[in-house]
Write a protein that binds this ligand. Structure first.
Ligand SMILES: [Fe+2]
Length: 232
């Protein structure tokens, strides 16, 4: 459990979208950057390619991105895991052709005041689903599938969420429309807070304590860039 729970909770708020966070030129640069970066993880099982933006790529775009983040979030520090070569990173590009399942990106350091995470879509026609439910343990993928529970990855695997949120049946129409890749039994007790429709240029901001997942609506593949922050 995180140590500074009161401080973490004090900074919590509803997810929000910053419209036109970057312009069309910057969108092009972000896509170019993705093409230039080395692959960090190629997970065939989850059909996802991950690349980290290490600080030796595209310094001008780094300045622009950080400046824009600073203008839109209250004071923060970046909190992205380093690259496999030990370099600082501004965040993670994820190109997936399978929807990402229910999880939380709360990190593994319980002495940090985890704050916001951001998602910059670099493709369209998809959604990210943010739930009202929050989790104060470490970064975890929530599942009831024995195969997923025994899988190895960055996140811990657990079904402890089912004991935390009351166990009410999940809304069947939302499940049908957005979450067909999740077993509806795995969503018991969950309530949707916000459905983010991916739009180029926009930035989604939400708390690192919020459970979330991709929607099942995925047209071939999608590409997004996420950044994690903490409060000092
Ligand atoms: Fe996430």
């Amino acid at each position: 459990m995180h140590k500074y729970l009161d401080k973490i909770k004090k900074n919590e708020q509803k997810p929000f979208v910053i419209k036109n966070f970057i312009n069309s030129e910057e969108i092009k640069l972000f896509k170019k950057l993705f093409d230039h970066l080395p692959v960090e993880i190629d997970n065939k099982r989850q059909k996802i390619i991950k690349k980290k933006w290490s600080t030796n790529f595209f310094p001008d775009l780094q300045k622009t991105f950080i400046q824009k983040l600073k203008a839109n979030l209250n004071s923060f520090d970046l909190d992205n895991p380093k690259t496999k070569d030990g370099l600082e990173s501004l965040g993670l590009f994820q190109e997936s052709s399978m929807p990402v399942s229910l999880h939380v990106d709360s990190g593994f350091d319980f002495s940090k005041i985890i704050y916001k995470q951001t998602l910059l879509p670099l493709s369209e026609n998809s959604e990210t689903i943010i739930f009202k439910n929050r989790f104060y343990g470490c970064a975890t993928t929530f599942s009831i599938d024995p195969k997923e529970l025994s899988a190895k990855g960055y996140n811990k695997r657990s079904s402890e969420h089912l004991k935390l949120y009351g166990g009410k049946d999940f809304d069947t129409s939302i499940h049908e429309k957005y979450l067909k890749h999740e077993n509806i039994e795995n969503l018991k007790g969950l309530e949707v807070d916000f459905i983010f429709k991916w739009k180029l240029g926009d930035l989604l901001v939400f708390d690192r304590t919020s459970l979330h997942c991709a929607s099942s609506n995925l047209n071939n593949k999608k590409l997004g860039f996420t950044t994690l922050t903490i409060k000092l």
